[in-house]
Design a protein around this ligand. Structure first.
Ligand code: P5A
Length: 442
């Protein structure tokens, strides 16, 4: 993409309304624009990051055996009356009346809808285990939307719903998602910590929040230090194999949100293992048994021919919140530092002197050859001041900058800057193309 043809409205001033660094940087780097309280438009850079995050979430859900669907944002109030949650959900639910005076709502979550779809289409235990997920916008009329997309009213969620024949199988489904979550967040460069959590309006008695440690986090958390450093299962993890050992190892170590905190059990840890921190909840998983299948009548014929209510769980990831959480975890005083896996482009190509024939030609060649190799390059071909170009590239935080100017080219050289460390390296044009044409490992 040529920057001269792209749309990337940067802000020079620090926006006064933004209280945390990710919100400030998302506005300054032109990722989002607020439309109403807690409601945002996604501009091209933001949209690209969102798509990268969705892609990783989707790959890991599929790898763990979940199957993608897409349910609507608008739901009927009657569906929620059937489950008994219509009144219980309270003022967070955005209620809408259509032209025929039918009561509708903008879905805050989809347990009811998926349960009725399952009920109407699955009749036998042979179809189980089944886990259906979608990536779809939600609306919660949060009393205090804040911190940009971190706590929005409209936000993008991945929500998965598992259906099983009994409690034991349902707990297996829960463990698969637990492991998929560890992998998902690790691929985004994040250290996530699973913590025992409250179930709130979703219900059930087994639940974990996945928390990213960050000073600006909304939740106060307590955990065992080893949990933060423990290695995450690799891409070859066998979901058909032993999920129990991986989950048991993690759940045996102390980790709890403020609501679930057991100060005595935390005291009991050796002092150097006690971590008290703030964190951002990027995922939340629930096992709630028959809470929805019972009122909505989701049953299957079991092996003996008798109907059984299915055991369910649900599993959420805050996809739009993750954009902000990643920035909280990865930035410096000059701007965002994207992990390669979620960066909006693979690298920046900076032309220091557009109009100079040799520079334009070298840039055109690099841009062409890296494009042909499948690299997504943001080519700064504008005639901005050099200082402004560097500041803009640091602000938007692509992992690499390939800097091309007449002085270096006279010696056949270009410069490569690593955004994270700031380290610079001089390479020949060929070597630079060779370096970036090689596909980085997923
Ligand atoms: C699990 C999937 C649920 O809704 N039902 C379907 C269950 N869980 S949850 O914890 O309430 O939400 C899941 C994740 O969504 C993100 N999230 C938000 N992101 C941005 N703004 C919000 N207002 C918001 N509310 C929830 C969180 O990451 C949460 O873990």
């Amino acid at each position: 993409m040529r920057l001269s043809r792209f749309y990337m409205p940067l802000m020079k001033e620090t926006p006064a309304e933004a209280q945390i660094v990710s919100h400030r940087l998302m506005l300054r780097a032109g990722l989002i624009r607020q439309q109403s309280a807690g409601i945002y438009a996604w501009l091209p850079l933001g949209k690209r990051v969102l798509a990268k995050i969705e892609g990783i979430v989707r790959e890991e859900q599929n790898r763990a055996g979940a199957v993608e669907v897409l349910m609507p944002t608008i739901q009927s109030a009657d569906l929620w009356r059937e489950s008994g949650r219509y009144d219980a959900y309270g003022p967070e639910m955005l209620r809408i009346v259509d032209r025929h005076d039918r009561e509708m709502l903008y879905g805050p979550t989809n347990e009811e809808m998926i349960t009725t779809i399952f009920r109407d289409t699955v009749k036998s235990y042979r179809a189980l285990p089944l886990n259906l997920y979608h990536i779809q916008w939600k609306f919660r009329d949060e009393i205090r939307p804040r911190f940009g997309v971190m706590r929005g009213r409209e936000f993008l969620m991945k929500d998965a719903y598992s259906f099983d024949i009994d409690g034991e199988a349902a707990r297996r489904a829960y463990r698969r998602m637990f492991i998929a979550y560890l992998r998902t967040f690790a691929r985004m460069g994040l250290k996530s910590v699973p913590m025992r959590a409250d179930t709130g309006p979703i219900g059930g008695d087994l639940s974990h929040e996945f928390i990213i440690l960050a000073d600006t986090g909304e939740s106060q958390v307590f955990c065992h230090r080893d949990l933060i450093e423990m290695p995450v299962p690799g891409a070859d993890f066998d979901y058909e194999g032993d999920t129990e050992a991986v989950v048991a190892q993690r759940t045996s170590l102390y980790a709890a949100t403020e609501e679930m905190h057991d100060a005595a059990a935390f005291e009991a840890l050796p002092e150097d293992k006690r971590v008290t921190a703030r964190g951002i909840e990027v995922g939340h998983i629930f096992y709630f048994g028959t809470k929805y299948s019972k009122p909505l009548g989701a049953k299957v014929a079991g092996p003996d021919g008798n109907d059984v209510l299915v055991e369910m769980g649900s599993y959420g990831i805050g996809v739009s919140r993750l954009v902000a959480a990643i920035i909280e975890a990865s930035h410096d005083e000059n701007g965002i530092v994207w992990p390669e896996s979620v960066a909006p482009f693979d690298l920046a190509l900076v032309n220091l002197k557009p109009g100079d024939a040799a520079t334009d030609e070298a840039c055109a060649r690099i841009y062409r050859e890296l494009g042909a190799a499948g690299r997504d390059v943001l080519y700064d071909d504008t005639d901005e001041r050099v200082g402004a170009k560097f500041a803009a590239m640091d602000l938007i935080g692509l992992p690499w900058q390939l800097i091309v100017g007449p002085k270096g080219l006279a010696k056949g050289e270009v410069e490569v800057k690593d955004r994270r460390s700031g380290a610079r390296e001089t390479l020949t044009v060929e070597a630079a193309i060779g370096r970036f044409a090689a596909k980085p490992a997923a």
